[in-house]
Write a protein that binds this ligand. Structure first.
Ligand SMILES: CC(C)(COP(=O)(O)OP(=O)(O)OC[C@H]1O[C@@H](n2cnc3c(N)ncnc32)[C@H](O)[C@@H]1OP(=O)(O)O)[C@@H](O)C(=O)NCCC(=O)NCCS
Length: 193
């Protein structure tokens, strides 16, 4: 994908482009600050991504031609977004599960909108037919941006997280891409496999 340059509200530019290995530390810092939200200090972070994990994941996605995008402002990574296959089994090869993270100091300035639009476009171009996201039920910003981009709420998973001292729900959202489920996939089908 070529870099897309779009004016931000303050007339400077945010660039959306495929992520690079050199972006990993910045992406990890953004990721860590979000996923520890509301979780007590001392809770084991085993399973949390380390730089090498993220580098490896990027490489795997790149090799499988799965979109992994970075948003930069003045050369700094201020957000990123990517997809994995919804499930590993081959029947699910047209369905992507996405994640999107914007640095907390840059939220509410249109960066998420640019990233999500670019990710949807990249997924459609790659041949995916469905995109799925999991959102904390109290995450107003994420629920709103997904609704704006045509994601429907298709599932509600009660009590699956524990943060801020209480059980929290997750909402599952979904939107179709291109012809969605109205047409069969192309004969030699499969995305990134
Ligand atoms: C959710 C997230 C990606 C949105 O990115 P962002 O750059 O802050 O959002 P934008 O400024 O592009 O806003 C896009 C739309 O989102 C909605 N939105 C953003 N912030 C909002 C808020 N605080 N309250 C309500 N709606 C909000 C609005 O609909 C907005 O559209 P508008 O500007 O036309 O009103 C970002 O807040 C984020 O990274 N949050 C933490 C990580 C996370 O929750 N990721 C999503 C996991 S699925």
């Amino acid at each position: 994908m070529d870099s897309a340059i779009t004016p931000q509200r303050d007339q400077e530019t945010v660039v959306i482009r495929p992520s690079r290995d050199a972006d990993v530390d910045a992406m990890l810092a953004i990721y860590r600050s979000h996923i520890r939200r509301g979780v007590e200090n001392g809770v084991d972070s085993a399973g949390m991504a380390e730089p090498d994990d993220l580098r490896q994941r990027r490489k795997n996605l790149y090799n499988h031609r799965l979109p992994h995008l970075a948003a930069t402002f003045r050369g700094e990574v201020i957000g990123y977004a990517y997809v994995v296959h919804f499930r590993k089994r081959p029947a699910y090869r047209y369905t992507a599960k996405h994640s999107i993270y914007v640095h907390h100091e840059h939220q509410g300035r249109g960066v998420g909108r640019l990233l999500l639009q670019a990710l949807i476009d990249a997924c459609a171009a790659a041949g995916f037919r469905q995109m799925i996201g999991y959102i904390d039920a109290d995450n107003t910003a994420s629920l709103a941006i997904h609704e704006k981009f045509g994601f429907a709420r298709v599932g509600h998973l009660p009590g699956v997280a524990f943060r801020y001292g209480r059980w929290a729900d997750t909402v599952m959202v979904q939107r179709s891409l291109g012809p969605g489920a109205t047409e069969p996939p192309p004969a030699a089908g499969g995305v990134g496999r």
